[in-house]
Structures are given as C-alpha cells and as structure tokens.
Write a protein that binds this ligand. Structure first.
Ligand code: CP
Length: 331
C-alpha cells in the first residue's frame, strides 16, 4: 500500500497553487498593504523609463468585466495588465450577451473557458465578485460592487497620500459628502484604520449611515471639522444610487453651500482628493478641483502603478520581497 501511495505521489501533478483574490480591504493585512504600496513604487520607477513594458506577466491573461460605467478603473487595469505584458480582454455588459439575459454566473463560466488568470469585475450587486470567484478558477479583483467595496481605489488613495505627505500612520483624513452610497468611503475607512490613520466623516446626517463608526471613524455634520484634517477627501453625490423620490438634501444648491469644498474652505497645508468622476459645482468648486492643493490627477496616475502591483502580487507566489524582485527585473 505504501509503495502505491509513493507511486501516486510521483505520478500525479502537483496541486495547483491556492488562488488569491482581492474582494475587500478586509482581505488585506497591514503587511499586505505595505508590500503592495512598495511594489507600486517600484513600478512607478519602471514607468520613468523610455520602454515602459515589463515581461513579468507574459503568457498570463487578464479579463476585465464591467457591468457599470467606468473610465479610470477599467482603463488603468487594462493598461496595467498590458504594461506587464499580459494578454487582455475587456467585456462591457452593455453590448454583450448580458443584454440577452445571460446571468452573471453563465457569463463568468463563458469567460472561464478561455482560462483567464485574473478576472476584474465591477457590478452593481454587492457580492457579485464572490459569484465569479466561485464559478471560475481565476483570481478575482473587485473593481466595485454596489455600495460595498472598491479595494483598489483605497490602495491607490493610500499610495497617493503616502507619496504626497510622506506617511500614513497618524494622518487625519476628512471624508466629505455622500458616504451612504459610497463603496469608496467604506473601503477607504477600513484601509486608513489598517495603517493607523484617523478618519472623520463629514456630511448631512441623511448621507452618514447608521453604525458606520464601527469601521473605525468619527462622524460630524459640521463642515468646519475639515480644518483639523491633513487630507480633505471629497465624495461624489451618487445620484444614480439614490432612490427615486428620496430627498437626502433639500437641494443640490443648498448641499453645495453647506458641504461643497471651495478653495477658501481649505487650509494652505491641506491636500484635496476625490476618487472621480467629479460633479464640478456640486460637491467641489471647480477652482478647488484645479487648485495646486488638489491631488486628483495624481490619484489617477497612482491607479496605474497600484493596479500593476495588485495584478503582480496575485499572480506571483506568496509575500516574497517583491520590490527587490521588481527592481532587479527593471534594472
Ligand atoms: N474612481 C473610479 O472608480 O472611477 P471610474 O468610475 O471612472 O472607474
């Protein structure tokens, strides 16, 4: 019996390595975040070279599957995969078989037939990325599911803050606006707590959800509270997620007057962030968006290197000293 077992062990292929996913900031430890940000920093150096493509993920396939509109997330994931030499496939629900009634699971199974290594999915339903993870053998990245999570946005925001302010531990971030409908806010609050930063949520009481303090933040409706923060992080008013007929604010004009961010409301040493897309003139005065204190363009640039780091990290084994490995490859 023992001999047969030994023979079997030699004849059977080794088990496939465990797949890893990025579905939520809850999947990450502080060490994971620090490793990903360091890897993103290494990729940022590589992008300063004339030839920006690295051979790292040659022969791998990355699929992006978007059921909601996107400019930044979809384009940066596609470019990130291409910069790492992976093959890419982009599927948008509009114009696909989803229009003919195909279910998420069947679409995932269809794409799985091409044996992708990573599926990046954005979907209006909370939990959709888990459905794809269960239906396929790919690593799955959540690019936004309903009002739940947008973990790569949180990572790129941390990366942007660290580059601009030199640290994350002890930073004070005021997140202003429509927290109720914001997956960006939920992911960012958790990520800031993970790295030892402080978060204050600021907005009308109707847009600050009950119990959100449990994620590790304080709440206030006083806009003057932003004065104490190092970073003023403005959220979009997500009118597409607001129930029809529900009045969360008396009017957008009144919202802008009470909670809109103007250059005058920012201190000289503060920085301004917004995940985009912006409603200029609603949550953000156009002059503030274009102010030298704005890091909004920097956030978009960070999205590329952070998403390169996420793809690289998911498709390489374990928490090796990644930045050094990348640096060697780049050298
Ligand atoms: N911040 C963000 O997710 O932007 P997109 O909707 O353009 O991807």
């Amino acid at each position: 019996m023992a001999d047969i077992r030994v023979m079997r062990e030699h004849l059977l292929p080794p088990p496939p390595p465990a797949r890893r996913h990025l579905l939520s900031v809850r999947d990450l430890s502080r060490a994971d975040v620090e490793r990903l940000l360091a890897t993103a920093g290494s990729f940022a150096q590589s992008l300063e070279r004339e030839v920006k493509k690295l051979p790292t993920l040659r022969g791998r396939t990355v699929v992006t599957l978007f059921y909601e509109s996107s400019t930044r997330t979809s384009s940066s994931f596609e470019l990130a995969a291409k910069r790492l030499s992976a093959d890419t496939m982009s599927v948008k629900a509009t114009g696909s078989a989803v229009d003919k009634g195909e279910s998420l699971r069947d679409t995932a199974l269809t794409l799985a037939a091409y044996d992708p290594d990573v599926i990046v999915i954005r979907h209006p339903q909370i939990g959709a990325p888990q459905v794809v993870a269960q239906a396929t053998r790919a690593s799955v990245v959540n690019a936004g599911d309903g009002t739940h999570q947008h973990p790569t946005q949180a990572l790129l925001d941390l990366y942007t803050m660290q580059r601009a302010l030199g640290r994350l531990e002890g930073l004070h971030v005021a997140i202003v606006g429509d927290v109720l409908h914001s997956r960006v806010a939920r992911s960012l609050i958790q990520a800031l707590a993970l790295v030892g930063a402080r978060t204050t949520l600021v907005g009308p009481p109707t847009l600050l959800p009950d119990g959100i303090e449990a994620l590790g933040c304080e709440l206030t409706s006083e806009i003057d509270a932003i004065a104490a923060a190092d970073v003023v992080y403005v959220l979009r008013m997500q009118r597409e997620r607001m129930a029809e007929g529900a009045a969360y604010v008396p009017s957008l004009r009144e919202y802008s007057a009470r909670w809109g961010i103007t250059p005058e409301r920012l201190r000289p040493a503060q920085v301004l962030m917004h995940p985009g897309p912006m409603n200029r003139g609603v949550e953000l005065d156009p002059r503030a968006a274009d102010d030298p204190r704005s890091l909004i363009g920097e956030q978009v640039r960070s999205g590329l290197v952070v998403r390169m780091a996420v793809l690289y990290d998911l498709l390489t084994t374990g928490p090796a000293p990644v930045p050094a490995a990348v640096a060697e490859e780049v050298a």
